[in-house]
Design a protein around this ligand. Sequence first.
Ligand SMILES: [Zn+2]
Length: 310
Amino acid sequence: MRRLMNETDLRASRLIAPIFVRHGDGIMEPVEAMPGVNRYSVDKLEGYISRLQDAGIRAVLLFGLPESKDELGSQAYASDGVVPRAIAEIKKAAPSVLVAADVCLCEYTSHGHCGVIKDGKVDNDLTLPLLARAAVEYARAGADMVGPSAMMDRQVAAIRKALDDSGHQETIVMGYSAKFASSFYGPFREAAGSAPSFGDRKSYQMSGANSREAIREIEEDIKEGADVVMVKPALAYLDVIAKARARFNLPIAAYNVSGEYSMIKAASSNGWLDERMVAMEVLTSIRRAGADMIITYFAEQAANWLKESA
Ligand SMILES: [Zn+2]
């Protein structure tokens, strides 16, 4: 009876698993602040992807950890960079898995900011062509979807145009449209080695106090050609997801970020919370708020839990 009456369904097909891909060979390296999450070298991806597929996960989002970093983040758009190689590897091993790639510079720049630094500040317009180049490299490697996350103005338009001009009209763009300057990103920065070396990201990410601004940012991304729009983080911003759902007809993604994952892991490892029940409650709440798809570090576990309870 409860299942018949449930208004919200959580399914494995709604979940996207983020994957950290690093340089090197034969490496599967745990991320300390995110129990159960690893960084994989490209050669180790195939095994992990087949585990995800067994669980029922059909979509992944890649983040790269390059061997070297520089001022301009050049490994983000190198054609033999770690992310293009990972995309090609996954598409070869599992052609039916949707591969999305995060497009940003922060994992690749020596200063850890999402854009090019000029006179001590992130320069929006100098960053756009580099993001566009990265997106084209990922599309060329076989990515189905690219996700610009730098929060630079006009980044979706720059990427859409570069994709179209290079013959990648079918590659879709998922805008990290409403990305808040959040303290919930802490564990991710350990995982991706992307903490800024000076200042913070508040000049380009949004204030957590603003939901009307979030709607404006989403509107802008839609005008620029985004196919999917995202709200990030998810849990502390469910109202923003719900507002976006009521207002826009595009698919909405929500990013259940690292801190949202790690706090459940930490509390449950202390016996203070029931991990499975709490994680499923959180994921259901994100769906109920209106997200069509959820990017979550719980993807594999949640998919297995869903199978168990089916
Ligand atoms: Zn970034």
